[in-house]
Design a protein around this ligand. Structure first.
Ligand code: CMC
Length: 429
């Protein structure tokens, strides 16, 4: 049988090294033995943006980017989107198995019980400027929760950790909805224990005056599916941020605030907002070829296209595209859909995009659905952050239980000045 190892020849010294291979990878610290002199630091790898570095072992989410496969704990995303609910998926991500009926009932009840927020959290939110970006409010308010639950820093105490998990899952929709009401200048609507998770969220968002507000069932289903699709995506930018921050053993509220900040960027969770802005900018289906030509010329990117991992159609985008038509049946077609479809049609035939394996990603159609459901554009990343909280805390918990993990601390290649003496200001040119 072939040996599970890699033999490296250092041409500087002629020495041979045998490095074990595990799970198709080598341990980068095994390279440290490769030295020219005894006092050398040893060989490192250079991998900006972690293009080819596994930073952990994980059992949560599997992606095969070439085949367009996404599975949570082994279950295909398409099946979960069709049959499951967001809270059931959150349970699956965190616990590794789907809950039975009793476990699910207890889980839903426990999370619902934690949807209320301290009155001072509400007051804190009232302090934001009238036009504050809801994602900025979300990030800061989640961070502030650590001051309300100081025991949360006992991260290795299982019952304390579980309590924070329930609090986070329960409170993020409330904080999100309050941030929306804030920019709209509308009174905050308190959570209602008698409603399902999604119904409660939509009620906190949209009910005005009437105690009998009932969200449109198609919206409820659409949001459930969108939340399932966004719940986890293995080591993406924000989840890596969560793991990096969590590795310092800080409380989960502070770590989630950092993860949410990473999500806010236009190359990550801010992309669906950027897609709508791009479609607004194109404005007319006739201008699509001109826009594509500019992208190919390096003048901007086709937002909602491309992915670090998927080099085939993003399986989430397929589900979302189909879902868009269900929502549009109720709301009427979003006029930007025609532009989006034309962009997709041209891009999928164009050599530039084909060669680079650029396909629509999760964000290409989700913004159109959110807009049809009346969510303002700046609220889109918040809609991503609510379900991704389940993924972030699943990875955080896995990290804490992983004996291989330590505080995250990459190395660098220092290319700056050599040591030199301080020059008094009077002598500087
Ligand atoms: N439009 C035009 N060209 C693109 C695009 C795009 N959307 N994405 C990548 N390229 C080109 C890029 O210019 C480069 O070309 P060249 O080789 O000639 O220099 C090549 O494709 C490879 O791009 P890259 O930047 O090295 O790829 P990456 O893996 O670092 O970036 C990405 C991945 C998602 C950041 C990028 O595709 C992108 O900026 N897409 C638009 C933003 C977007 O939709 N983001 C949402 C990602 S999915 C949701 C999430 O996980 O948050």
């Amino acid at each position: 049988m072939a040996k599970e190892s890699l033999t490296i020849t250092d041409n500087r010294t002629g020495k041979l090294y045998e490095i074990p291979i595990n799970y198709g990878t080598i341990h980068s610290t095994d390279l440290r033995q490769i030295k020219v002199h005894d006092d050398d630091f040893g060989m490192m790898t250079y991998d900006p943006a972690f293009m080819n570095t596994a930073s952990c072992k994980s059992t949560i989410t599997f992606i095969d980017g070439d085949k367009g496969i996404l599975r949570y704990r082994g279950y295909p995303i398409e099946q979960l989107a069709e049959h499951s609910t967001y809270l059931e998926v959150a349970y699956l991500l965190l616990n590794g198995e789907l809950p039975n009926g009793t476990q699910l009932a207890v889980w839903e009840k426990d999370i619902t019980a934690h949807t209320f927020i301290h009155e001072n959290v509400k007051k804190l939110m009232e302090g934001f400027r009238y036009d504050a970006h809801p994602m900025g409010m979300f990030i800061s308010t989640v961070a502030a929760l650590s001051t309300f639950y100081p025991e949360a820093n006992k991260i290795f105490d299982a019952p304390t950790r579980q309590k924070q998990i329930l609090r986070l899952l329960g409170k993020v929709p409330t904080i999100a909805a309050f941030s929306y009401r804030h920019i709209k200048g509308m009174p905050y609507v308190y959570p209602n224990d008698n409603l399902s998770f999604i119904e409660n969220f939509l009620t906190m968002m949209y009910s005005i005056g009437s105690p009998n507000f009932k969200p449109e069932p198609v919206f409820e289903r659409a949001l459930n599916i969108l939340f399932i699709l966004h719940a986890d995506h293995e080591q993406n930018c924000s989840t890596s941020a969560m793991r990096n921050i969590g590795s310092s053993q800080v409380d989960p509220y502070s770590a989630i605030a950092g993860a949410a900040a990473a999500l806010y960027g236009p190359l990550h969770g801010g992309a669906n907002e950027a897609v709508i802005r791009m479609l607004d900018h194109i404005d007319d289906i006739k201008k699509v070829p001109e826009f594509i030509a500019k992208v190919k010329n390096g003048e901007g990117r086709l937002m909602g296209f491309g992915h670090r991992v998927y080099k085939n159609y993003d399986p989430r985008a397929k589900v979302i595209k189909k879902l868009a038509y269900d929502v549009f049946e109720v709301t009427g077609k979003n006029p930007k859909l025609e532009i989006a479809l034309e962009l997709e049609r041209i891009a999928l035939e164009d050599d530039y995009f084909v060669k680079r394996k650029l396909y629509p990603n999760v964000d290409f159609y989700s913004g159109l659905i959110y807009q049809a459901m009346n969510f303002p554009m700046e609220f889109f990343p918040v809609l991503f952050a609510i379900p991704r909280t389940a993924g972030w805390i699943s990875h955080w918990q896995e990290l804490l239980m992983d004996p291989d993990q330590k505080i995250a601390r990459p190395r660098q290649i220092y290319l700056g000045k050599e040591a030199r003496d301080y020059v008094p200001i009077s002598k500087r040119k």
